[in-house]
Design a protein around this ligand. Structure first.
Ligand SMILES: C[S@@+](CC[C@H](N)C(=O)[O-])C[C@H]1O[C@@H](n2cnc3c(N)ncnc32)[C@H](O)[C@@H]1O
Length: 185
């Protein structure tokens, strides 16, 4: 399924700006050809960067792919209108494939056993990091919106790593004041 892409990463913003600049340059006779050539080259390089990273990054697991698809195809505006979330959540909030695998690698390299995440959204980052934790590892994810816990939990339950994740709903500042919010091991 195709979803409307809003420029979100720094590279996507650069590509968007270069595309606009190229469009302006094309309609203005006063713009030197050399400047147009530079713009084209810069756009060619920038527009290939994210795709290259996507292609070269380790493939995500099936539960992560399902979570991504479920998140980007969800009608977050409708959910907000129905009063199910306190805030209007843009789907671009999600930690994507490349960031997720980078987080997983960092967790694995640092041999972390406990992770505290502030702001889980639909759990893509949480599940990515849980995949990098050892079997007895633990990740506590603080999330303001109870709706997001209900959204993520069925997919956490499908993953062999989901058992490492505990979601605490409510303002993180309140959650962090409660001693048993933390991983106990
Ligand atoms: C940018 S998103 C996080 C993305 C997420 N880490 C991921 O992997 O996709 C920010 C999240 O923080 C949550 N949030 C905002 N304020 C919060 C607070 N005071 N306590 C807990 N969660 C909060 C929002 O509801 C939202 O889901």
């Amino acid at each position: 399924m195709l979803h409307e892409k809003v420029p979100d990463t720094p590279v996507e913003v650069i590509v968007d700006l270069l595309t606009k600049a190229k469009g302006i340059a094309a309609t203005c006779a006063a713009v030197p050809e050399e400047l147009k050539t530079h713009l084209n080259k810069a756009l060619d390089i920038a527009s290939g960067l994210d795709d290259y990273l996507e292609k070269m990054t380790t493939k995500e697991s099936e539960p992560l792919a399902e979570l991504y698809e479920k998140t980007v195809s969800h009608d977050w505006d409708q959910v907000f209108k129905e009063g199910k979330t306190k805030f209007q959540l843009p789907k671009e909030c999600i930690t994507g494939h490349v960031e997720g695998q980078a987080l997983k690698m960092l967790i694995h390299m640092s041999q972390a056993r406990r992770v505290l995440e502030i702001g889980m959204f639909t759990g893509y980052g949480a599940l990515s990091m849980a995949e990098g934790l050892p079997d007895d590892g633990c990740l506590v994810a603080c999330e303001l919106e109870p709706y997001l816990k209900e959204f993520a939990q069925p997919i956490f339950d499908k993953s062999p790593h989901g058992k490492k994740i505990t979601v605490k709903t409510g303002p993180a500042m309140d959650t962090l004041k409660v001693r048993d919010s933390y991983c106990q091991s």
